[in-house]
Design a protein around this ligand. Structure first.
Ligand SMILES: CSC[C@@H](O)[C@@H](O)C(=O)COP(=O)(O)O
Length: 364
């Protein structure tokens, strides 16, 4: 069984079909943008960073064999196809941010008289391919910052040195691991780093209805890594936090607004409320490519609604009474006031510090 969600070499892209996991490990070929849009929309590949990487690489695969009569023509094609890819799923911002960056590059290269159309295509392919390595490096940095933040807080609560804190128990939601990224994972990267430091006593993962990313994908990754892990149902979180001395909750993000409000998998908000009630710190782990400073708060985030069938059926088996109405938002927004810290590759920020800190980082 593989944990590599994206296999790419120039001109060829395959994704691990996450609809079939953990029962079957099967790769699906993505031959261009149309395939890229479909695998993202059907959630054969999912998770905010993986969506952006697969989207952009599907464009790379499509343009690689093509010959363009001019730089203007290449730029036009890139723009239209990037816009199309952004429409595959609306909540995660990573694809939109990647599209804006690639389009800015295409604009610069179009104007650059020292480069011809072949050179422009090469630079464009290099930029999309660089996303794979950057994502893994960012996730490793997120893991390290996040593990230190959790351990520091535990040490402070005990009046001890950070180095002496732990091992700790943590809870995570949805799937933010190797399968949702180019590798290592965001929130699951924090768990991975705790384990690497010998500081992971136990990780709890939620089932994450209705798509069951926790039970199918996170549990699969945790078993694969042989981490001490336990699956809980979404409805058990309050009982878990009351009973199991959990030191922190760490989740991923699909879009973080400028004020720190965070859209993530449905159920995240509920967990944050419960964590607040129990005095358990609640962390969001996300790369800068999930932070949308263009929107002031969470009310501006479009929440994707998915088909009823995801709720009424498990596979081919109907579990809900025929005729019942369903409401199936795929994400919710956790207000910044419930978030202890936002863990990025450049450090951990309080939600109220986020905008200024990131703006400074981007300027420098
Ligand atoms: C590193 S993945 C971060 C988020 O994308 C993740 O927590 C999540 O909500 C995934 O939702 P999904 O609907 O499976 O794409």
């Amino acid at each position: 069984m593989s944990l590599q969600s994206i296999k790419y070499s120039r001109g060829s892209l395959d994704i691990l079909d996450q609809l079939l996991l953990p029962v079957q490990s099967k790769y699906v070929a993505v031959r261009g943008v149309e395939d890229g849009w479909k695998v993202i929309n059907k959630m054969q590949v999912r998770g905010a960073p993986a969506i952006a990487i697969v989207g952009c690489l599907s464009l790379a695969v499509e343009i690689y064999p093509e010959e363009f009569e001019s730089k203007k023509r290449l730029r036009q094609e890139v723009e239209g196809k990037l816009n199309y890819l952004v429409s595959a799923r609306p909540t995660a911002v990573n694809m939109k941010i990647a599209a804006d960056e690639l389009l800015a590059l295409a604009n610069d290269l179009t104007k650059d008289e020292t480069i011809d159309v072949a050179g422009m295509k090469e630079r464009f392919l290099n930029a999309t391919e660089a996303m794979l390595e950057k994502d893994i490096a960012d996730n490793q940095a997120i893991g390290s910052h996040g593990a230190q933040a959790i351990l520091k807080r535990v040490a402070e609560a005990a009046g001890a040195q950070t180095g002496t804190a732990g091992p700790v128990r943590v809870l995570t939601h949805c799937n933010t691991g190797s399968l949702a990224t180019a590798g290592y994972g965001t929130a699951l990267g924090v768990v991975r780093q705790l384990a690497e430091l010998g500081k992971l006593e136990h990780v709890y993962c939620t089932e994450t209805r209705p798509y069951n990313q926790g039970a199918r994908l996170t549990a699969y990754e945790l078993v694969h890594e042989k981490f001490p892990a336990t699956l809980v149902l979404d409805s058990m979180v309050a009982a878990l936090l009351r009973a199991k001395n959990v030191a922190g909750v760490v989740v991923g993000a699909d879009r973080v607004a400028a004020n720190g409000d965070t859209a993530n998998k449905i159920g995240t908000y509920q967990i944050a409320v419960v964590a607040k009630h129990h005095g358990v710190p609640f962390y969001v782990a996300a790369p800068l490519t999930s932070i949308d400073l263009a929107i002031p708060g969470g009310d501006h985030i479009i929440i994707e609604e998915r088909p009823d069938r995801e709720m009424t059926h498990v596979g081919e088996h109907r579990i809900a009474a025929p005729g019942i109405n369903c409401w199936n938002p795929a994400f919710d927004v956790t207000p910044a006031s419930l978030i202890t810290g936002i863990i990025t590759e450049r450090g951990v920020f309080k939600p109220e510090e986020l905008k200024e800190a990131i703006t400074k980082l981007l300027e420098s």
